[in-house]
Design a protein around this ligand. Structure first.
Ligand SMILES: *[C@@H]1O[C@H](CO)[C@@H](O)[C@H](O)[C@H]1NC(C)=O
Ligand SMILES: *[C@@H]1O[C@H](CO)[C@@H](O)[C@H](O)[C@H]1NC(C)=O
Ligand SMILES: *[C@@H]1O[C@H](CO)[C@@H](O)[C@H](O)[C@H]1NC(C)=O
Length: 555
């Protein structure tokens, strides 16, 4: 035990990343104003640039005349900066800053500054780029370029009561720094919102007539001509009369002018849009109160034979916000490719049918169900997983999570229920779409209306709703615990309302029976009170790999 702890400590020391030296982000109120989302958006966090967020051109609606940015130096000294604004059409828009163009990022707390945008007397769409160069050392300058597209409307040219928009209910913690859960995920979610809306608008326009809900036995021959037949035997889907109330609803005010970004995004969702009639549902895998997971088959256009898929969908009585959430969460891993991730394969948000998400199905099943089945194995005693098996599964999950973090995504809900595993113990992390509905015992509301995986949350996520790579590491510790206990409920004796106090007092999950000290030490590290003291996934992988080598040396 002692030697393992020592070894862990050494590998953390070796791998610890150099501390970054400044933050640049948009406050929650600002993100809400521009994108309608409840999160902070970090452009630079601890000196690391969020490349994904940087590529996103944020549309600035006509009624917004001021952009706010927040920064702070973490270097222990003020950091010199220089900034400049580049406007594509200076006759249509002028700008001014309320900080000096050359100065220092202060230490000892955040500073917010504003870029005022003053439209000229005519309608226009103006691109602007704000470039900030920060000197981190004499030889090292970090440059970021933040792009905006300002919509100017003749009738809306005067600074109006924009602050009204900012004062949103529920953003009570404006002064608090939420370590933006998601950095780029935030931009991505915004992107998805815009694109879902764009898609709906397009689809409404091209709708020819209302398709009766049909029974489709297999693949309809009309498939390539007419979309929108029913999905599978007698499966009725929710007809969305109106687009789901996505949070970026404010886009409507400028979509008219601002068509380009949404068209690009729209193309992206089109890439994975599948025709409903090419999907056939076979059997129900998991069922919740409004969501279902089916096994099915999908006959891709031009493919020889249909392929097996999993279909996540909402039931008829699902509310629009549940549907919106399904899409938003389901697309969280879209576009990623890693052997330990299960990203969405296709999506359907056709008019007149419940939206659904398609995932490749290659013998994987839900890990939580799998573990429970191991425990309740009908043939005699529980089919124990060997320690080696557990470590191998944990390693794969850690590699999937490491990849996510490299892509600057925070999963926020790592747990056995959000992984799949096959008979060869190959593991993939999935998104958490429908998990609340399919595993209701794993989620609790603490007075607010938000159903959260309380027992998997890091202390700071519980108390401040802060989500970071370090809170993913905490959840991974609980996932390890689930693996070694064959999916027992964590902290089963603790009231969800008491969890924060319980953790603050230093209590943690107990060492499971049969769990080797080395493995428990890894979990315990994941649950360090301070986020900085938790290992990263790269460190976890080294340590788990080490332990795995030890285990296999003697067999
Ligand atoms: C301003 O932007 C234009 C086009 O985006 C570019 O050609 C030009 O070099 C930029 N000017 C500066 C000073 O960055
Ligand atoms: C700039 O203006 C905003 C209000 O628009 C204010 O919140 C902020 O404190 C100002 N910053 C500075 C450095 O004066
Ligand atoms: C500048 O800092 C970054 C981040 O710390 C580092 O990756 C890079 O190598 C540094 N460049 C130089 C020239 O020191």
């Amino acid at each position: 035990m002692v030697s393992t702890l020592f070894k862990l400590a050494i590998c953390f020391l070796i791998l610890r990343q150099g501390a970054g030296n400044f933050n640049l982000f948009l406050s929650q109120a600002e993100v809400r104003k521009l994108m309608g989302l409840q999160a902070e958006l970090y452009y630079v966090r601890s000196g690391v640039i969020n490349e994904y967020a940087m590529t996103f051109v944020v549309p600035v609606p006509a009624q917004v005349h001021k952009l706010h940015f927040t920064w702070e130096s973490l270097a222990g000294r003020p950091l010199p900066y220089a900034m400049s604004v580049n406007i594509s059409n200076p006759s249509a828009l002028t700008s001014s800053l309320n900080v000096s163009q050359v100065g220092e990022i202060p230490i000892g707390g955040v500073q917010t500054w504003a870029l005022s945008l003053n439209c000229g007397p005519y309608d226009a769409e103006v691109d602007l780029a704000l470039r900030i160069d920060v000197s981190r050392s004499r030889y090292n300058t970090t440059s970021v370029v933040l792009r905006r597209k300002k919509i100017c409307l003749k009738d809306n040219g005067y600074p109006g009561p924009e602050e009204v928009l900012v004062a949103a209910p529920g953003s009570s913690s404006s002064g608090q720094i939420f370590y933006a859960s998601i950095g780029c995920a935030c931009a991505f979610v915004a992107a998805i919102c815009v694109l879902v809306i764009a898609y709906y608008v397009r689809d409404k326009k091209t709708r020819r007539h209302r398709d009766p809900l049909q029974e489709s036995r297999g693949l309809s021959s009309a498939c390539s001509v007419e979309r929108g037949a029913g999905v599978g035997p007698a499966q009725t889907f929710l007809p969305p009369e109106t687009p789901p109330p996505l949070s970026a609803a404010s886009t409507s005010s400028y979509r008219r002018l601002d068509d380009r970004p949404s068209r690009e995004l729209h193309e992206r969702i089109q890439e994975i849009t599948v025709q409903r009639c090419r999907v056939r549902l076979l059997s129900i895998e998991l069922e919740g109160t409004f969501g279902r997971v089916y096994r099915g088959s999908y006959h891709e256009e031009g493919a020889q034979a249909p392929r097996d898929v999993l279909v996540k969908t909402a039931a008829e009585h699902a509310s629009q916000s549940q549907v919106a959430l399904l899409l938003r969460e389901g697309l969280a891993l879209y576009g990623l490719s890693h052997s330990a991730l299960l990203p969405v394969l296709g999506v359907s948000i056709e008019d007149r049918g419940a939206p659904f998400l398609l995932y490749p199905h290659t013998g994987y099943r839900n890990m939580k169900r799998f573990l429970v089945r191991c425990k309740l194995s009908s043939e005699g005693p529980p089919r124990a997983l060997t320690t080696q098996g557990v470590v191998e599964m944990a390693l794969q999950a850690a590699k999937g999570a490491q990849y996510l973090h490299k892509k600057r995504l925070v999963h926020r809900d790592l747990a056995a229920r959000n992984c799949v595993v096959d008979d060869d113990l190959r593991v993939q992390i999935t998104d958490n779409a429908l998990a609340r509905d399919l595993f209701p015992q794993d989620y609790h509301c603490l007075g607010d209306n938000e159903n959260r995986p309380i027992k998997w949350l890091a202390i700071e996520s519980l108390t401040n709703k802060t989500f970071t790579t370090a809170s993913d590491v905490w959840a991974f510790g609980v996932l390890l615990w689930e693996l070694t206990t064959l999916a027992q409920q964590p902290y089963v004796e603790v009231d969800p309302f008491e969890m924060a106090a319980y953790l603050r007092d230093g209590y943690r999950l107990a060492q499971p029976i049969n769990c080797p000290d080395e493995l428990f030490a890894v979990m315990a590290y994941c649950w360090a009170m301070s986020a900085d003291e938790r290992p990263t996934f790269s460190q976890l992988i080294v340590c788990l790999q080490d332990f795995h080598t030890q285990l296999t040396r003697y067999v």
